[in-house]
Design a protein around this ligand. Structure first.
Ligand code: FES
Ligand SMILES: [Fe+2]
Length: 373
């Protein structure tokens, strides 16, 4: 049910489903950094997003520092994002309570102005790193920015420009991970990107700690239409497509082409970031970024225009059909009927489930030590 009378606001932002979902047991990793926004999306106007079933409002203070607060006023639960930013605080649009960076109420315009003792909202650690704005959804004292996987290629605006965007997919984020880690679907799902008949000659899955690589090569292959922007259409070369995955769902794709026999590192390479943040159990924010050379306006425009078109038009419908065909409990049953190309997705799921289980165990042990039953 959407809230009524939303002035100029987009009513779809205020769908109330998360309020009922919030206290449901879920299967999210909380002690982790998630992409929250591209930095330019967050300014003086509050931005509402839902992450891991939690409504969050994002805005910047006068110094330009980004702030993330729970998007529910503790008084009558109106989304704070329905209000306005006043200096370094956000003012609720219903009765005017104001909340600062730490979530504490800083101003009560009602009555004698006393601040009710429980007038506070949860605040969430944020970090701007590698060209993205990250949010920590777990225990704040464990929010170490060194835990953000390395996306160095995206962190130097003097050398590179980024084409960025976000797509909301109506499917669980693990289904989207499966899609991105197993690129064998390209030949079947993406007519515009499929190879020109050259088979994958080599496939490899590597794991180093919690990081999983899904790697493939086509030797002596002709470039597909996407690669033809960078490589002569009639010239054969060695193509590679390597996806790196870190929990919970942070991926770096390196697609490249080089002279036959050359090492991957000597090939022309195109890097893109694919950062998934669960919105709910059945919807996902897919943040994508393509790295382009600084000043390469044509490349940037092309990347913006077609970079993610295939995903939006061809992958997203498939993912949403899968989700519609699937109960949440069935997600783990996708381990049935495995193909060779599923090796990386299975490893990634195992790593993720281990992290989630450890986190749940630690929370249970903590609760037990406090005598909570
Ligand atoms: S609902 Fe926010 S001040 Fe009343
Ligand atoms: Fe795809």
């Amino acid at each position: 049910m959407a809230l009524g009378n939303l002035k100029n606001r987009d009513s779809t932002l205020y769908n109330c489903r998360e309020v009922t979902l919030e206290n449901r047991p879920d299967n999210f990793l909380r002690d982790s950094w998630y992409a929250a926004a591209w930095p330019g999306e967050v300014g003086q106007a509050p931005l509402r997003r839902i992450f891991l079933n939690r409504p969050i409002t994002l805005f910047r203070d006068r110094a330009g520092q980004a702030i993330a607060l729970s998007d529910r006023c503790p008084h009558r639960l109106l989304p704070l994002s329905y209000g306005t930013v006043k200096g370094d605080a956000i003012q609720c649009g219903y009765h005017g309570l104001q909340f600062g960076r730490d979530g504490l109420c800083t101003h009560n315009p009602q009555g004698d102005g006393m601040i009710p003792h429980n007038a506070r909202v949860q605040s969430f650690p944020l970090a701007e790193k590698y060209g993205a704005l990250w949010i920590w959804m777990g225990a704040p004292d464990r929010a170490d920015t060194e835990l953000i996987p390395e996306f160095q290629a995206f962190g130097d605006p003097s050398r590179y420009a980024l084409a960025t965007g976000r797509i909301v997919v109506g499917a669980n984020y693990q289904l989207v991970t499966d899609n991105l880690l197993d690129l064998s679907h390209v030949d079947y799902l993406h007519p515009g990107l499929k190879s020109r008949g050259d088979p994958i000659n080599r496939r490899e899955v590597r794991q180093d700690g919690n990081t999983v690589w899904s790697m493939s090569w086509r030797y002596g292959a002709l470039p597909n239409t996407s690669m033809q922007r960078f490589w002569p259409a009639d010239k054969a070369g060695d193509m590679h497509a390597h996806m790196r995955w870190d929990p919970p769902a942070l991926m770096l794709l390196d697609v490249g082409m080089g002279e036959p026999g050359c090492a991957d590192s000597a090939a022309f390479s195109r890097l893109s970031a694919h950062l998934l943040t669960p919105e709910t159990e059945t919807s996902t924010h897919y943040f994508w970024a393509f790295r382009c050379a600084a000043g390469a306006s044509e490349e940037l425009k092309t990347a913006n225009g077609i970079g993610i078109q295939a995903f939006a038009n061809e992958d997203r419908p498939v993912l949403e059909l899968q989700q519609a065909n699937l109960g949440l409990a069935e997600l783990r049953l996708l381990d049935r009927g495995l193909l060779a190309s599923d090796a990386a997705t299975i490893r990634a799921r195992r790593v993720l489930q281990q992290r989630i289980s450890h986190e749940a165990l630690a929370a249970w042990q903590h609760a037990t030590s406090l005598g909570v039953k």
